[in-house]
Design a protein around this ligand. Structure first.
Ligand code: PXP
Length: 242
């Protein structure tokens, strides 16, 4: 069964809209775990627009299955990660003006900087995943840097407007996943997945983990976090014919 990492950043976005104490992403994490989340994912952004350091520290105590910290490959955040020790760190690109992570990390262009951060995280015993476009040149760097996993970004697939375009983007995901698997990398996917488009991605054979945030948090405002996570688990299960 594919693991579901639930990204709860946008629970914190709602809290930060009023600089208030609620809703608390830590409470959301507990409810997501009750709904069957296999792990919790949060992105500590440089501008702290949603998740705060306090959240990550508390989540480290509450999330006993798998805490995945998305982070830019920069020393200040790496130092924080090494102190808090999530189970996994996923290195993502970060631009202050973007609404959400746009595209994968350019590991080819920034190989040396990424390598330094990967080594620091590995020394602290943290598993590393690189968030990459479905591009063999990028995945090859993940292999060279000996990280455990790649998270192949599904934004282009999610945003495809026509069935032909969607098929082409799905084929690119399949090829990238196979390329990664052949090199011994664990394969994760995420970005822009929802209750509909998740099925065709979950059906790809070597995908082990999906990280999904916006659509689950959006549904949770209407039906509650536990139910929203259960519904996503069901959608993934159905894709696998289970
Ligand atoms: N994976 C990564 C690396 C991300 O940066 C994000 C967005 O924070 C997600 C998955 C989740 O994307 P979405 O919120 O569109 O489900």
């Amino acid at each position: 069964m594919i693991r579901l990492g639930v990204n709860i950043d946008h629970v914190a976005t709602l809290r930060q809209a009023r600089r208030a104490h609620e809703p608390d992403p830590v409470a959301a994490a507990v409810l997501a775990l009750l709904g069957g989340a296999d792990g919790i994912t949060v992105h500590l952004r440089e501008d702290r627009r949603h998740i705060q350091e306090r959240d990550v520290r508390l989540l480290r105590q509450v999330v006993t299955n798998r805490l995945n910290l998305e982070m830019a490959a920069i020393p200040a955040i790496a130092d924080f990660a090494c102190e808090v020790k999530p189970d996994e760190a996923t290195l993502v690109p970060e631009k202050r003006e973007e609404l959400t992570t746009e595209g994968g990390l350019d590991a080819v262009a920034h190989e040396k900087a990424v390598e330094r951060i990967v080594k620091q995280l590995h020394t602290a015993g943290i598993e590393v995943s690189l968030f990459l476009d479905p591009d063999p040149r990028q995945i090859e760097i993940a292999h060279i840097l000996k990280v455990r996993a790649v998270e192949i970004q599904t934004a282009r697939y999610s945003e495809a407007r026509t069935p032909t375009e969607r098929q082409r983007e799905r084929d690119a995901l399949i090829q990238a996943a196979e390329f990664a698997r052949e090199r011994g990398l664990h394969v994760h996917m995420g970005h822009g997945l929802n209750y509909e488009n998740v099925r065709a991605v979950a059906a790809i054979s070597c995908v082990e983990e999906l990280n999904i945030g916006h659509s689950i948090v959006a549904r949770s405002t209407l039906v509650g976090m536990t139910q929203a996570v259960r519904d996503m688990k069901d959608a993934i299960r159905r894709a696998k014919g289970l």
